[in-house]
Design a protein around this ligand. Sequence first.
Ligand code: PDD
Length: 284
Amino acid sequence: MSRIAYVNGRYVPHRGASVHIEDRGYQFADGVYEVIAVVDGALIDEPRHLERLAYSLGELKIKPPMADGPLRIVMREVLRRNRVRNGMIYLQVTRGRAPRDHGFPKSSEPALVMTARGAKPGRAKLLANGVSVVSAPDIRWERCDIKSISLLPNVLAKQAAAEAGAYECWQIDVDGYVTEGSASNAWIITDKDEIVTRAPTHDILNGITRRAVIDLAGQEGLTHVERPFTLEEAQGAREAFLTSTTSHVLPVVKIAGKTVADGKPGPLTLRLEGNYADFIKSAA
Ligand code: PDD
């Protein structure tokens, strides 16, 4: 079956799908995106994703390409045409096409692109064994709360992880604290039963999975604390894990070459993962 992409109002074969060379996303990375998980045909946490999309667009003063109602219809049509019931939908909005000039164009229509993809196999193994992360200085800009398509530092961080045989790269700010991964949020669990992750300031993306896990931790009676932690604290933590739309909750068992605790996925992490899996199933 051939894949279909949505490009500015049309459903076109994915193979030849393209945007204009003067799309500002292509020339300036002047755009934002969202990735939404699809489980049994349902879009997980859709309202929060649409809310964050509106926030990212608003912060960059990009006009929404369409209202949420039609957007929800198009997302479902993209899933239907691609026969994706389990996987994810990617959507990207840019400031649109205009002659190259850094400042905002006087008139340009936002460009909207969507693709859908089936779930990647292999998660069960990652969950069973846990994953390792490396670290690198966080060289990103000061508005990481915006889900911008300008991802070069994230690309370099993820590549550094891949070259080291690791799953993710935790980025370290100038004060020596972990901000987040290249495409996921970073967490530790302390000996005091605290689930710790960085506060959702401009320094990180406020992950939708992160927010769901905070809600679930509360329901489990676990204390959740928002504060920065260093790589050394993470290496010595009781447990560590990461979260994202595509990774869900994944145990981290090695951090920058050091084994966390006994090197096995932690029991509290696995409990949270189970709760998150239940939450997804109930939403589907
Ligand atoms: N990345 N931090 C960064 C820098 C991210 O890129 C992501 C998600 C997250 C987790 O956010 P969420 O739980 O809403 O997926 C945190 C997506 C999956 C991506 O770029 O593919």
